[in-house]
Design a protein around this ligand. Structure first.
Ligand code: M6R
Length: 611
């Protein structure tokens, strides 16, 4: 998400910081800033927009400094603006903080600090860190002040702090958000990502959770939160810059698939308490409005639409009210019939898809409130929707959407559970049981990653590499996952792929099944398992090469398929989050085996901003 850079050394710091920030641009950002020491005072220069805009601001100044911190922000708390850009400072302007991550308890901390007289100038969660440090800086020691401050923080952070009274050091701390220290002669670096420092050094320390570090030009001192010294092994980076951007993965697609557990956790974080209660105050719909809903429209394009297909089943099951799911480009021209108490749920990773924006406006013109599920904070849908549930997938770079899809599913589950609770269809205890199940998802996705070698080996089979057509089969929620699986495969591998609702086979698609044709059969819904098994046998009888996605306990379906990928078991509502993972991995490895342009497939763009 955001990018952090820090430098302390003998050279002019600003050109190095700006250059290093540019090396993190691939991660996406909406504002940028630097904090430097000028004539013994901290000075913060920041702006909304790109690093180019920051450079313009800096060009009118002649700043000479050998130490500083830079940041590129991907908005989370508060819109992209100059005030919300990092670094942030305390009331006195002596302390500057750059931060990546999310401070979950920032609202209560902010209230507490405001009551003590601290003045806030941004809407960010980060700013509480600067004021907490200020609160503890009475003896003038940044290290102990930072140590006390982070004891109060819940959530994730990578922090770089500077204090004008201590011009010879940068302080760093991390928990659940990456931070590295780059080592070189007469200078040291801090960065959220290795590519930032690669032109300057290949020697890095990768900090671990709860590490706190003092970085000076001569060296590094590391300790844990309790103050005991710790040492980290020096790591020699052998990748080139492009490989490093991908975190050692060959493609962004694979990196982003592997970020799914983190993205799920982040999308649940702050919304699900430790004792499994829902906290969705950010949905600005009153309980009365939620109770009176009589129809929901889910509107989106592509992958986001397929997330909506899962959403339809979930909302109808849990709420028993009619849900229509629409492709945005169809919705905007079909003259839909709204009721007085309709709600439109608009799903979009980019928040800039032209058809989705137009469809949202159409719904709002019809008097319908729009609830946006959006990944890009500050985007058009984010700004125009009546209320927003952001997904915390982080920037998605590969054209194919993967971690955004699973985060959209999580957001839909949370909204559905919230509505079900408010409408009295589920008790607080029943919701708590379901949330407890949801919390297993990241670790279960990880368990599917443990089977990645097997999936990669499947992609080397000639039946798959030579095929012209590929079918996905499923029923119910498994059919919804099939739709997304088929889109991904066609988008990246260029193999013609289709999803069929298994019950429809005999009404047409079965005519296309020929000997050796690959069919991925998703079969993890207990109630539909018998029917699905019959469909699997139908395609097997026509010689299809069947890859079955089956529950770990389902030994019967396993016998009916040529290849099996076992899926860990969770409540059936949540199984699409798990079944989609092997389809993504198979798409990736098959496309790689076919030599495709994985991150930028032909003819496609990441954000479709024209109709
Ligand atoms: O940014 P959005 O979620 O609105 O984008 C919608 C589709 O363009 C997008 O999901 C597209 O289908 C992906 N390339 C699929 O992987």
């Amino acid at each position: 998400m955001c990018g952090i850079v820090g430098y302390i050394g003998e050279k002019q710091a600003l050109p190095i910081i700006i250059d290093a920030l540019k090396r993190l641009e691939y991660r996406g950002y909406d504002s940028a800033g630097v904090a430097v020491l000028v004539d013994g005072s901290v000075e913060i220069i920041k702006t909304a927009g790109k690093i180019r805009a920051l450079e313009e601001l800096l060009s009118s100044r002649s700043i000479s400094t050998t130490m500083g911190v830079g940041h590129t922000r991907w908005a989370t708390h508060g819109e992209p603006s100059t005030a919300n850009a990092h670094p942030h400072c305390d009331c006195s302007g002596r302390v500057a903080i750059a931060h990546n991550g999310i401070i979950e308890n920032y609202l209560s901390l902010r209230e507490e600090l405001q009551a003590k007289g601290h003045r806030f100038t941004s809407e960010t969660d980060t700013e509480v860190i600067a004021h907490l440090v200020e609160e503890n800086l009475r003896d003038g020691n940044l290290e102990s002040a930072l140590r006390s401050a982070i004891r109060r923080l819940q959530g994730s952070y990578a922090i770089v702090a500077m204090n004008q009274e201590e011009p010879e050091r940068l302080l760093v701390a991390r928990k659940d958000s990456p931070l590295v220290i780059g080592l070189s002669e007469g200078a040291n670096f801090v960065a959220s990502d290795i590519p930032a420092v690669l032109p300057y050094t290949r020697r890095v320390y990768i900090l671990e959770d709860e590490d706190i570090g003092i970085v000076t030009r001569e060296g590094i001192t590391l300790s844990n939160e309790g103050g005991d010294p710790v040492s980290r092994e020096e790591f020699a980076v052998t990748w080139d810059a492009e490989e490093a951007e991908k975190g050692g993965y060959e493609h962004f697609m694979l990196k982003e698939i592997h970020e799914i557990p983190r993205a799920i956790r982040d999308t649940m974080r702050t919304r699900v308490t430790d004792d499994n209660r829902l906290n969705l105050e950010e949905i600005k719909l009153s309980e009365e409005e939620i109770r009176s809903l009589d129809r929901i429209f889910i509107i989106a394009c592509g992958t986001a639409y397929y997330a909506g297909c899962v959403g339809k089943s979930i909302f109808e099951r849990l709420l028993r009210i009619p849900v229509e799911v629409d492709i945005a480009s169809e919705f905007r021209y079909r003259n839909p019939i709204f009721s007085e108490n309709s709600l439109a749920i608009i799903i979009s990773q980019s928040g800039e898809t032209a058809d989705t924006i137009a469809a949202m406006r159409e719904a709002r013109r019809g008097g319908v409130k729009a609830l946006g599920i959006v990944n890009a904070i500050g985007s058009s849908i984010y700004r125009e929707a009546d209320c927003i549930i952001p997904t915390w997938a982080g920037p998605e770079i590969c054209v194919a959407s993967t971690k955004a899809y699973t985060s959209q599913l999580i957001a839909l589950y949370l909204i559905a559970l919230h509505f079900a609770q408010v409408r009295g269809r589920l008790s607080v205890e029943e919701v708590a049981c379901l949330l407890a199940e949801m919390k297993h998802l990241p670790e279960q996705v990880q368990r599917i990653f443990d089977r990645e070698d097997k999936i990669a080996a499947l992609a080397e089979q000639e039946e798959l590499k030579q095929c012209r057509d590929f079918f996905f089969l499923g029923r119910g929620l498994d059919y919804s996952a099939s739709l997304e699986g088929a889109l991904k495969l066609k988008e990246i591998s260029y193999i013609h792929s289709e999803a069929a609702a298994a019950g429809e086979l005999k009404h047409g698609p079965l005519a296309l099944i020929t000997k050796g044709m690959p069919v991925m059969a998703i079969c993890v819904q207990q109630e539909l398992r018998g029917k699905m098994l019959s469909n699997i046998k139908e395609v097997a009888a026509r010689g299809a090469h069947i890859i079955g996605l089956v529950k770990e306990s389902d030994s019967e379906t396993e016998k009916a398929v040529a290849e099996v990928i076992r899926i860990p078991e969770n409540d059936e509502l949540f199984m699409p989050v798990l079944t989609i993972i092997p389809t993504y991995l198979l798409t990736y490895y098959l496309s790689k085996a076919l030599g495709r342009e994985i991150d930028q497939p032909r003819n496609l763009a990441k954000s479709v901003t024209v109709e």
